[in-house]
Ligand binder design. Structure first.
Ligand code: UN1
Length: 513
């Protein structure tokens, strides 16, 4: 890692001590066990982080609730100005942070930079939004009355994020929540805790420079038990969680049992439909990036290709050719396309999935396997694989967080492909490759894709921040990032004001004293 400047990056991000347990600022009160973060790139220890105990959490909560009192009364455009400064710091630190993301998580350096760019983009979006937290005005049915609605800050927002987007998903939530006047407590994935420390350091610098309490941004560390401190705590009105469907069901039930709100962004099982009219060159780029980018560890990764029988062999041959050209290796080396999986546990799940697809009758057309030898010492590097399969295979119905692509065939009308695409429990992202307007519009219609994201002539991954991001069914129904996703971070209040000397009742009710 040395030759790629990791030491320098860590230093720029304020991560100094790899042995003592890295702690930062005043709001990381960790005094619990230590998590060691190892890089999947080379297996080396990057740093150690102290976890948050229940009593540490009380201190964090106190810091968050007292900071909320200051922050909620700071005018929204001024809150936007703080987010603008935060975005500027991210611009300054884009390279070291992108590098840390790449080294701790394993995605390519280009994708690491792209992730930081998403953070910058959402900051810009949030700055504009800070002057546009609009409510509606209504016409009262009573004379001399005015009715309107306003959005107030909600309170402490809990954020639970996953290892695969260790910094961007936090930023989508926190940048919006901050301009909305909320304070945030973030539990990053225990698989990428240093990314959390780095972001907290950046946020803390900005709050300090503006004489604002650091508790507007709080960090807690640890596994699901630390997350449970948030899901069960009724001082946290909203918990935003990104991760597996299994995790989402537990979070949703815990938060619902105290009638809190949750924003869930869970698994995907995303497909690209390739119709007879598809541009094959575009299809291959979109499908290969979607399937092997981030080593298949995006919730928007392409897991299924649903190909019309008339172009099936052409697509199959082009895919095999493209996969043969993939270079797998150190993601910091920009010559490589595919980096490692997050850890060896993920490698085991990948191997199990490959075994299962064959047991269910699938046929490998690009063989997988775990890479060994020089450069692959971490044991986390695997070969992207493609299997011909059927949609109703158990393994095809399941989201395996690895670069395995299932090739499915359809015949007849586009509706048959749409039925396959919708025939899974997940509903995050979907795409169709076609130059046929009738097929495209069918896919986008109410009888078309049932996903939160439906693209035409674009793959399933790589969404821009300007749209609302999330999905239906077991993907959890939440929407983050752009459009009007901000509304969930605020509480809505309806106000009716009477400026007469009479007190008429609504619905014309007579009540004379
Ligand atoms: C995720 O995998 O949790 O659309 C988020 C994309 C990225 C975000 C993915 N912008 O692929």
């Amino acid at each position: 890692a040395k030759e790629f400047g990791i030491d320098d990056a860590l230093q720029k991000l304020g991560i100094k001590d790899i042995n003592e347990g890295t702690s930062t600022g005043s709001v990381n009160f960790g005094s619990g066990d230590i998590i060691s973060s190892y890089s999947p790139v080379d297996g080396a220890l990057i740093g150690k982080v102290k976890t948050t105990t229940a009593s540490d959490f009380e201190k964090v909560m106190n810091s968050a609730t007292s900071s909320f009192k200051t922050w909620r009364t700071t005018p929204a455009p001024q809150r936007g100005e703080i987010v603008r400064q935060f975005g500027d710091k991210l611009r300054e630190l884009k390279e070291p942070l992108g590098k840390l993301v790449s080294y701790e998580m394993g995605k390519s350096y280009q994708e690491g930079l792209g992730e930081v760019q998403e953070m910058i983009d959402i900051c810009d979006f949030a700055v504009g939004l800070s002057r546009q937290l609009h409510g509606l005005t209504m016409h009262s049915e009573r004379p001399g009355h005015r009715m309107y609605e306003q959005y107030h800050p909600l309170g402490v927002v809990g954020i639970i994020s996953a290892f695969n987007f260790p910094v961007a998903v936090w930023a989508w939530n926190t940048a919006l929540a901050w301009v909305c006047g909320d304070v945030c407590i973030w539990k990053p994935s225990e698989k990428a805790p240093l990314c959390g420390i780095a972001c907290q350091n950046i946020a803390a610098t900005v709050f300090k420079a503006n004489n604002l309490p650091e508790g507007i941004s709080c960090l807690i560390n640890g596994d699901y038990k630390v997350g449970e401190l948030m899901t069960h705590d009724n001082r946290i009105p909203l918990v935003s969680a990104t991760g597996s469907i299994r995790m989402g069901k537990i979070v949703a039930q815990a938060v619902a049992s105290r009638l809190g709100k949750s924003l869930l962004e869970l698994g995907g099982n995303n497909a690209i439909i390739v119709t007879p009219d598809a541009d094959i060159k575009m299809t291959i780029i979109g499908a290969v990036f979607g399937a092997v980018g981030t080593a298949g560890q995006r919730c928007t990764s392409t897991r299924r290709l649903i190909v019309h029988e008339s172009v099936y062999d052409t697509v199959k041959d082009a895919l095999i050719k493209a996969y043969n050209q993939l270079r797998i290796g150190n993601p910091l080396d920009e010559n490589n396309h595919v980096g490692p999986l997050i850890d060896t546990a993920a490698v085991t799940l990948y191997e199990k999935a490959l075994k299962q697809v064959e047991e269910e009758g699938g046929k490998m057309i690009v063989e997988g396997g775990v890479l060994k030898g020089e450069g692959f010492e971490s044991g986390c590097y695997v070969k992207p694989a493609i299997a011909e399969a059927k949609n109703d295979f158990g393994i095809v119905q399941h989201e395996t967080f690895a670069p395995i692509l299932y090739l499915l065939k359809y015949s007849g009308e586009v509706q048959n492909a749409i039925a396959l695409q919708n025939g899974v429990v997940q509903g995050l992202s979907s795409a169709i490759m076609t130059n046929n307007l009738r097929e495209a519009e069918n896919f986008l219609s109410c009888a078309g894709s049932d996903c939160g994201i439906a693209n035409v002539n674009i793959g399933t991954s790589g969404a821009e921040i300007g749209g609302a991001f999330g999905g239906e069914k077991e993907t959890g129904g939440g929407r983050e990032s752009g459009s009007d996703a901000w509304k969930i971070y605020m509480r809505r209040q309806t106000n009716t004001i009477n400026y007469t000397t009479e007190l008429p009742l609504a619905q014309g009710i007579k009540f004379d004293l």
